[in-house]
Design a protein. Structure first.
Length: 189
């Protein structure tokens, strides 16, 4: 778990306005991952603001902002999935120690990013994002496998039954029936 060093709307003495995001204490070089799929936009504010900043434009219209990075790991316009590496934590911009600034915008307005805090806390757990996508894959595969097994069993049963039928049946009633049908068609018109 990363230590929270500044919460949403916190007003420390060094700030001219309430905090627009959440700060997570991180070492320089800590991998930063996108918590949702989206499109990358990059900005470098130099020694001001959030320094090297990655924006991920989510498909729901919101934008995630990852600030003070040491390095980018993505290119402008690139598409990323949840769990993809986007950069490395750092101390760039207006910052007094290495940390990740994370905020979420809806249109031009910052919203409370607290609902996404858990995703940030677990972004470097190897199974966290994999689970979300592989659950779907595994369940689909299981579903497919089960149904293929079922179809396979049914086909085998059908074949066995048919062989049994051929081997054990007395055809005479069927042949009789066919003869009657043929007779009906050809002689009774
Ligand atoms: Zn911050």
């Amino acid at each position: 778990m990363y230590k929270i060093t500044s919460r949403y709307l916190q007003q420390e003495s060094f700030r001219s306005s309430p905090h627009k995001g959440i700060d997570f204490k991180m070492e320089i070089g800590e991998p930063i991952r996108s918590i949702k799929s989206g499109q990358i936009h990059l900005a470098d504010y130099g020694n001001t603001n959030a320094g090297k900043t990655v924006f991920v434009e989510w498909e729901d219209g919101r934008t995630a902002i990852y600030g003070h990075l040491n390095e980018f790991a993505v290119k402008e316009g690139q598409h990323v999935n949840a769990g993809d590496l986007i950069g490395y934590a750092g101390n760039t911009g207006f910052s007094t120690g290495s940390h990740l600034h994370f905020s979420v915008k809806e249109g031009s307005k910052h919203i409370d990013p607290s609902p996404y805090m858990n995703d940030i806390q677990h972004m470097n757990d190897p199974s966290y994002f994999a689970q979300v996508s592989s659950d779907v894959k595994v369940s689909f595969f299981d579903y497919f496998q089960q149904h293929m097994d079922l179809i396979g069993t049914q086909l085998t049963d059908l074949k066995v039954n048919f062989v049994h039928f051929l081997a054990l049946s007395d055809y005479s009633p069927i042949i009789k029936l066919l003869q009657n049908v043929i007779q009906f068609i050809f002689f009774n018109i």
